[in-house]
Design a protein. Structure first.
Length: 267
C-alpha cells in the first residue's frame, strides 16, 4: 500500500478524531461561558452583602441592637453566597477541575470579609486606641468573632478575662461603686494589655517601637502626657478628636527605651 493510499484509507478515522476534538473544545468553551456567567451572578450577590451596613449616628444600646441585627443579616447573606459557591464548584468540576478550584479560592476570602465587616461595625463605639480592630467598648462576643477564640478564658464573680498570646482583655466588674449591690451584667472589657509582637493598634503602635516612634504615631492624638513622674511608665490621655473632650487613659511601659507594654483602660 502506497503512502497516498494509506492516507486515503485513514482519512475517515482522522476526520472523526478531529471532529471529536472540535466537539470537546466547543463543549469546554460552552461550559466555561456558563460557569463564568453563574459565577458573575454569585459575585454580584457577594458585593451586595457589603452594602449591608449599620445605620450611622447611633449610640449606646441602640447601636448595640443595630449591630446585632445587621450582623445577623450580613452573616446569613455570606452563608448563602458560600452555599452557592460550593454548589457552583461541584456543578462544573467534571467539566474542568479548575472551576471548582476557582470557587474554593473565593470561599476562602469570606472569613476575612466577615472580619473586616465586623471591625467596621464596632469601630464607632471603641474608646482609646483599638488593637487589631477591637478595643474598649466592644462586647465580648464581638472581640471573639474578630480575633477568634482566646487561648484562655477566665470568669469569676468580679472578673472576666480573655487571654490571647501577648494580648489580654479583662473586665473588673466591681471597683467599689456597687457598694454591696448586685453586679451589672458582664458587657465587655474595661482594659487591654498588649505585650506581644504581631499586634498593631489603630495608630500603628507595635511592641518593640522606641518611645520616639510611638509618640510620632500619637502626634496630635494625645490630650496630655506625663513622662516625668516615671520615665519608664508614661501616662497618656488619648483622644484623636480636635477638641480632646473624650480623653482616654493609656499607659506606655518602656524597657531600654523600647515599648514592652501598652495598656488601654477605663480606670
Amino acid at each position: 500500500m502506497t503512502g497516498l493510499t494509506k492516507y486515503r484509507h485513514n482519512m475517515p478515522v482522522l476526520c472523526a478524531l478531529l471532529l471529536l476534538l472540535f466537539c470537546l473544545l466547543v463543549s469546554g468553551c460552552g461550559e466555561e461561558e456558563k460557569f463564568n456567567k453563574e459565577k458573575t451572578a454569585v459575585m454580584d450577590e457577594l458585593h451586595r452583602t457589603q452594602l449591608i451596613k449599620v445605620p450611622e449616628g447611633l449610640q449606646g444600646e441602640a447601636l448595640d441592637a443595630a449591630i446585632t441585627e445587621t450582623a445577623k443579616k450580613h452573616k446569613e447573606a455570606l452563608a448563602q453566597v458560600d452555599d452557592k459557591l460550593l454548589a457552583l464548584g461541584e456543578k462544573y468540576v467534571k467539566a474542568d477541575a479548575r472551576f471548582k478550584k476557582e470557587t474554593e479560592e473565593i470561599r476562602k476570602t469570606l472569613k476575612q470579609i466577615r472580619t473586616d465587616w465586623m471591625k467596621a461595625a464596632v469601630a464607632p463605639k471603641i474608646k482609646g486606641d483599638p488593637v487589631m480592630g477591637v478595643g474598649i467598648g466592644c462586647r465580648w462576643e464581638e472581640i471573639e468573632e474578630i480575633l477568634g477564640e482566646p487561648m484562655e478564658k477566665k470568669q469569676t464573680p468580679g472578673l472576666k478575662e480573655f487571654k490571647y498570646s501577648g494580648l489580654v482583655f479583662n473586665e473588673i466588674r466591681d471597683h467599689g461603686e456597687t457598694d454591696g449591690k448586685p453586679l451589672p451584667p458582664s458587657y465587655g472589657p474595661d482594659a487591654y494589655y498588649m505585650t506581644g509582637t504581631g499586634y498593631t493598634t489603630g495608630c500603628g503602635i507595635q511592641i518593640g517601637m522606641t518611645k520616639a516612634e510611638v509618640l510620632e504615631r500619637y502626634k496630635g492624638k494625645l490630650a496630655s502626657m506625663d513622662d516625668h513622674t516615671d520615665p519608664k511608665f508614661i501616662l497618656m490621655k488619648y483622644d484623636p478628636t480636635p477638641d480632646h473632650r473624650h480623653a482616654y487613659n493609656q499607659f506606655m511601659q518602656l524597657t531600654n527605651d523600647k515599648l514592652t507594654r501598652l495598656i488601654v483602660a477605663k480606670h
